[in-house]
Design a protein around this ligand. Structure first.
Ligand SMILES: *[C@@H]1O[C@H](CO)[C@@H](O)[C@H](O)[C@H]1NC(C)=O
Ligand SMILES: *[C@@H]1O[C@H](CO)[C@@H](O)[C@H](O)[C@H]1NC(C)=O
Ligand SMILES: *[C@@H]1O[C@H](CO)[C@@H](O)[C@H](O)[C@H]1NC(C)=O
Ligand SMILES: *[C@@H]1O[C@H](CO)[C@@H](O)[C@H](O)[C@H]1NC(C)=O
Ligand SMILES: *[C@@H]1O[C@H](CO)[C@@H](O)[C@H](O)[C@H]1NC(C)=O
Length: 275
């Protein structure tokens, strides 16, 4: 037996193994992209293709509104519209009476559209505590969302969310910290980062408007106290001296006019009034 005969036998055996009982050619169905993450309400182009050289039929099955953009024997290009919730679309082809399909899972995300930063109080003494709060309304998935509180370009606090909630919800980070003298110099801000790279998406980030913190020296407090004290002491001295002057003046007057000087003066005044 020639070696070629052996090969022939082997390949016949392999062919039998591969397509047992059917006699149809094996083929694959693919989707491009293979995984899909879309922003809520977006549309997306999907390429549905097969390795079968002469498929009978093929298409994309979905509850979403779709249109066929282009096609050739081995692929069909669709656009699906207004994807508003997680869904599966199925790409299928029939080749020599046999059907193969491939499902594509579409996940919808709600990116951070607003990042709201709040500082309170906004006027704080050095060494006193203040609160930084950042809210990111209506985001999904929350998992993998990182909210970072920044002072200038320096990170004050950072939190990465965990969990598998799919419905959009608010992400909130609250951090208490102590006011430093330097806090006056830079604005505070908050950055929200949604990392969808592991799901076939992008890294999306958005930053809040800057917020300033007014930091004052507690020494100013002491100055105010000192001023109030000095003014009080001066006022006291003034009032005391006026009183003393009055008292000494009375005594001096009494010595000159006698004890009933005031009464005599009063009587004289009344007579003067009647007359
Ligand atoms: C669709 O995918 C097939 C297979 O990967 C490829 O040959 C074809 O060029 C793609 N069509 C478009 C319009 O990208
Ligand atoms: C998109 O889908 C949402 C929810 O299914 C619907 O409320 C909205 O009207 C749709 N928008 C368009 C432009 O079709
Ligand atoms: C898509 O989701 C279905 C169930 O919803 C699951 O069985 C399938 O494995 C998923 N496919 C991929 C590629 O993640
Ligand atoms: C921050 O401080 C406020 C009061 O100053 C307190 O009510 C709140 O629980 C604190 N928050 C954290 C996260 O420590
Ligand atoms: C802080 O932000 C305000 C408003 O955006 C801006 O006018 C100001 O220059 C910023 N200050 C600093 C120190 O960056």
């Amino acid at each position: 037996m020639s070696p070629f005969g052996g090969w022939g036998l082997l390949s016949a055996f392999l062919a039998l193994l591969c397509c047992t009982g059917s006699g149809e050619e094996a083929f694959e169905v693919r989707t491009w992209p293979e995984q899909l993450m879309v922003e809520s309400g977006e549309s997306q182009v999907i390429n549905c293709s097969t390795t079968c050289t002469q498929p009978n039929t093929g298409g994309l099955e979905t509850t979403l509104h779709k249109t066929l953009l282009a096609e050739q024997d081995q692929w069909k290009l669709y656009e699906v519209f207004n994807i508003s919730q997680d869904t599966d679309v199925i790409c299928h082809f029939t080749c020599s009476g046999k059907q193969e399909s491939k499902s594509l899972n579409i996940s919808v995300f709600h990116p951070p559209k607003q990042v709201l930063l709040k500082l309170w109080p906004t006027l704080v003494a050095v060494g006193r505590s203040f609160t930084i709060q950042c809210r990111v309304p209506s985001v999904a998935p929350l998992e993998g969302l990182t909210v970072t509180l920044l002072h200038g370009s320096e990170i004050v606090y950072s939190q990465t969310f965990v969990g598998t909630t799919l419905s959009p919800q608010e992400a909130m980070v609250t951090h208490n910290t102590t006011a430093h003298r330097e806090d006056n110099r830079h604005n505070f801000s908050c950055r929200a980062e949604m990392d969808l790279r592991s799901r076939g998406g992008d890294l999306i980030h958005r930053v809040s408007d800057p917020q300033a913190l007014d930091v004052y020296e507690p020494a100013q407090d002491n100055q105010v106290v000192a001023i109030i004290t000095v003014v009080s002491v001066l006022l006291f001295l003034f009032v005391t001296s006026v009183l003393l002057c009055f008292v000494f003046g009375q005594q001096w007057h009494q010595r000159r006019t006698g004890t009933y000087g005031v009464q005599a003066a009063w009587r004289r005044l009344r007579w003067a009034y009647r007359a």
